[in-house]
Every structure is written in C-alpha cells, then in structure tokens.
Ligand binder design. Sequence first.
Ligand SMILES: [Zn+2]
Length: 154
Amino acid sequence: MLTWKEIINFSVNGNPTPDKRVEKTDAEWQSQLTSEQFRITRQKGTERPHSGALCSVHDAGKYNCVCCNTPLFDSTIKFSSGTGWSSFTQPIKENAIKYERDTAFGMVRVEVMCNTCDAHLGHVFPDGPEPSGLRYCINSESMIIKKEDVKNDN
Ligand SMILES: [Zn+2]
C-alpha cells in the first residue's frame, strides 16, 4: 500500500516506470477528447466541485484514463469525501499514477497524472481515511468508468 512518505519520495526523486507509454500531440488529443476533457487533462484544468458526472457514482468497476484507457482506480477504493470531486485512497497499481510537486496558486500540493500518457487527473492529499491516509482528489472528466457485471453468487 502506498503511503504519503512514498508519494513525496516519488514526487521528489522520480516516479515508478509505467507498463507502457502513450504519447500524442495536442492536436491528436484535441480531436479525440471533448473540449472540457482536453482542458482538464492536457491543460491541467479543474472542474467545478460537484459538477463531475462520476462524483456520486459508486457502481462496481474500474476508472480508466479518459485519454489512454489505462486503469487508474477501482470502485473498491473510492469513498465519499464530501469535497465535490471523486476521491480514492489508492491507485489500482503502484505504477499507474505519476506524481509531481505543484506550487501553483501559492500552495505546495502533489499533482497526480496518468503515468502512461501524462493526463492531469487532480491532486493527492494526506488527509484520507485509514489505513493509507491518502485522498486522491480526481476530476470526473479525466476518467471513464468501466462497469463490472454484478455477480450474485453469494
Ligand atoms: Zn492516460
């Protein structure tokens, strides 16, 4: 399980190697994304709180990068933070996410990006629930949910 200390270490000393890389030009991303998706993922935008379509979604499934379709988060690690953005306590895999120190707006924060295509996703904070204590605060526009069929085998 990732901890805040490891995340700070990634943001300072370098990120884990992704399984693969997807690199495209801005024009290619622009033709594949909506203008809002492009603004958020490729230009580090932020959606208004509570505006995200996935904010109140708690269906079982995986949350993939809207740009390159790499799985980033999973519904089992999603929680209601009350912040107005989708919140998770861990990435789906340690090398799915890339971390960078962000000093915009006079704050020191840790930006989270897709480690495969560098899409801006949101930020991570050390005030999440136990056991990881992490809160990944993610724009809905950065992700697509791949729902799983509900199994009734219990
Ligand atoms: Zn991606």
